[in-house]
Design a binder for this molecule. Structure first.
Ligand code: HEM
Ligand SMILES: [Cu+2]
Length: 460
C-alpha cells in the first residue's frame, strides 16, 4: 500500500523549504510585493521558486488526502464518510484547483523576473492571482467552519447539526468558490460590464452556504442550551460554557463572521465597491474575517489540540489565561478593524505610508482613527505574545494527562447523509464547469486583445 504518511512528510518538507525561501527573500528586501504579489510588481526569482516549492508541497498533501479517502471508501462500502474527513476532502479539493491558477502565474513570472522575457500580461497575472487568492481565504474559512460544525457542539455538550446539511454546505463552498476571485477585480479595466455582473452574482451565491451555517450553528447552540435547562427566549444562551476558552474563542469567531460576511457583501456589490476599494475598509474587512473568524478559531483549537498532541492537559489556570487572551484579542480587533472600516469610508488609502497630503482636511480627519488603530494593534501584539506562551506551555510544561479530541455525534435517530453527497467526481466536474463559465471568456479576451505588457517594476 502506498505510504501516505511519507507523502505528507515530503509535502511538509517542500512547504517548509518554500516558506523559508520566500521569507528570506522578503527579509532581504528582494520581494517587496506584499501578499498580493501580482505583476507588474516584481520580486527576486527565488521568491517565485519558493512559491513553486510551496505548491508542490500542497499537492503532495492533497494527494495524500485523496488516497486516504479512496482507501477508506473501499474499506467501508456504503458508509458515509465521517464529517471531519469530509471537510478535509473539501479543503484539499479546493486547495488543488485553487493552486492551479497560481502555478500558471508564478511559472510565467519566473522568466520575466529573471529578465529572460521583457514584459508580462498584467491582467492575466492579476486574474490568475485572484483565482487562487480568493479561494485561499475560503480554504481557511472552511477549516474554521469544520471546527464550528464538528468540534464546538461536542464542547458544549450538544450534538452536531443534520449531516446532510453540513455536507451540502461543504459541496456548495467547493463548487462555487473559485469564480469569487473576480470580485477583487471589480474596478479593474478590460473586463466587460456583463462579465462583472455575472461575477457579482456568482460571488453573492457563496452567501447561501454561509447563511446555512449561521442557521445551523445557532440551532445547535439553542438545543444544547435548552437541554442544559435554559428557559425562555434567550435563557439557553446563559447555559453555554462562556468561561471555557475552547468554546469562547470559536464562538466570538463565529459572531465576527456576521459583520465580516456583511462587509463582504458590501465589497462584492459593484457600486459599493467603488467607494471602499483600495481603502483601509478592505484592511478592516480582512482583519474581521481572517483575524477574527479564522484566527480566533485556530487559537481556540490550540487549547485542546496542543495538549492532545503533547499528551498533556489543559489546566484551569491556562484556561483562564486563554479567556483573557481571547478578550484582549477581541477588543484589539474591534478597535483596529472598526477604525479601519471608518477611516476607509473617509477615503484613507491602504498600502500607503503615513502622509497628510499637505495637511488636507480630509487626510487630517483620518488621524483620530489611526490612533485607535494603533491602540488596537498594541493589544493584538499582547494577545499574540500570550498565545505563543500558551502554546509553548501546553506543549512542554503542562501536567501530563489525557486530552480528548472532541468530535460531536449526531442527534439520536438522525439519518446519515445520503450517499450521493460522496460523489466527488461529480462535484469536481461541476467545479470545473463553473470555473470555465467564469474564466474562459475573460482570459481569452485578455490574451487576444492584450494591451502592451509590462516590464518588472520595483517600488522599493
Ligand atoms: C461573505 C463572504 C465574503 C465576501 C462576499 C467577501 C468579499 C470580498 C471582496 C469583494 C473583497 C475585495 C475588496 C476590494 O479590494 O475592493 C474582499 C477582500 C478580502 N477578503 Fe473578503 N469576502 C468575504 C469573506 C471573507 C473571508 C471569510 C475571508 C477570510 C477568511 C476574507 C478575506 C479577504 C481578504 C484577505 C481580502 C483582501 C485581499 C486584498 O489584499 O486585496 N473575506 N472580500
Ligand atoms: Cu474574495
Amino acid at each position: 500500500m502506498f505510504n501516505v504518511r511519507k507523502l505528507a512528510w515530503v509535502g511538509f518538507a517542500f512547504m517548509l523549504t518554500g516558506t523559508a525561501l520566500v521569507a528570506v527573500m522578503i527579509i532581504l528586501n528582494e520581494a517587496s510585493v506584499l501578499y498580493t504579489f501580482y505583476p507588474p510588481l516584481a520580486a527576486h526569482p527565488f521568491f517565485y521558486v519558493g512559491l513553486v516549492l510551496l505548491v508542490l508541497g500542497i499537492w503532495a498533501c492533497c494527494f495524500g488526502v485523496f488516497i486516504n479517502y479512496s482507501h477508506w471508501r473501499k474499506a467501508h462500502r456504503g458508509q458515509p464518510t465521517p464529517l471531519l474527513a469530509f471537510f478535509a476532502m473539501g479543503v484539499f479539493v479546493l486547495w488543488f484547483f485553487a493552486s492551479i491558477g497560481i502555478t500558471i502565474e508564478v511559472l510565467t513570472l519566473i522568466p520575466w523576473s529573471m529578465g529572460l522575457v521583457e514584459t508580462t500580461n498584467v491582467m492575466v497575472g492579476r486574474t490568475l492571482f485572484w483565482w487562487f487568492g480568493h479561494s485561499l481565504v475560503n480554504i481557511w474559512y472552511l477549516v474554521a467552519a469544520s471546527v464550528w460544525y464538528v468540534v464546538v457542539p461536542k464542547l458544549i455538550g450538544g450534538r452536531h447539526f443534520n449531516e446532510k446539511l453540513i455536507k451540502l454546505v461543504v459541496i456548495l463552498l467547493v463548487i462555487l468558490n473559485i469564480p469569487g476571485g473576480f470580485h477583487h477585480q471589480i474596478v479593474d479595466p478590460g473586463i466587460s460590464l456583463s462579465i462583472k455582473y455575472l461575477h457579482v452574482f456568482m460571488s453573492l451565491a457563496i452567501a447561501v452556504p454561509s447563511l446555512m451555517t449561521a442557521f445551523a450553528m445557532f440551532a445547535v447552540f439553542e438545543r444544547a442550551g435548552r437541554r442544559l435547562g435554559g428557559k425562555g427566549l434567550l435563557g439557553w444562551l446563559k447555559k453555554l460554557p462562556w468561561g471555557d476558552v475552547r468554546f469562547l474563542a470559536p464562538m466570538i469567531a463565529m459572531i465576527a463572521f456576521i459583520p465580516g460576511g456583511a462587509g463582504g457583501i458590501v465589497n462584492t456589490s459593484n457600486q459599493l465597491n467603488q467607494v471602499i476599494h483600495n481603502t483601509l475598509w478592505v484592511v478592516g474587512h480582512f482583519h474581521v474575517t481572517v483575524g477574527m473568524s479564522v484566527v480566533m478559531t485556530f487559537f481556540g483549537i490550540c487549547y485542546w489540540l496542543v495538549p492532545y498532541l503533547a499528551k498533556r492537559r489543559l489546566t484551569a489556570k491556562m484556561n483562564r489565561l486563554g479567556v483573557i487572551q481571547t478578550i484582549i484579542w477581541t477588543v484589539g480587533m474591534v478597535l483596529m478593524a472598526g477604525s479601519q472600516h471608518a477611516a476607509g469610508l473617509l477615503g484613507d488609502p491602504r498600502r500607503t505610508s503615513f502622509t497628510t497630503y499637505g495637511d488636507h482636511s480630509t487626510a487630517l480627519s483620518w488621524i483620530p482613527y489611526e490612533y485607535v488603530m494603533g491602540m488596537g494593534a498594541v493589544l493584538l501584539l499582547i494577545g499574540v505574545l500570550i498565545q505563543v506562551y500558551a502554546v509553548f506551555h501546553m506543549m512542554f510544561f503542562a501536567p501530563k494527562g489525557e486530552t480528548e479530541f472532541p468530535v460531536a455525534e449526531a442527534e439520536d435517530g438522525a439519518a446519515p447523509a445520503p450517499m450521493w453527497t460522496e460523489r466527488w467526481g461529480l462535484w469536481i466536474v461541476l467545479l470545473l464547469m463553473v470555473v470555465a463559465m467564469a474564466y474562459v471568456v475573460p482570459i481569452m479576451d485578455f490574451i487576444l486583445n492584450a494591451p502592451p505588457g509590462s516590464p518588472p517594476i520595483k517600488t522599493w
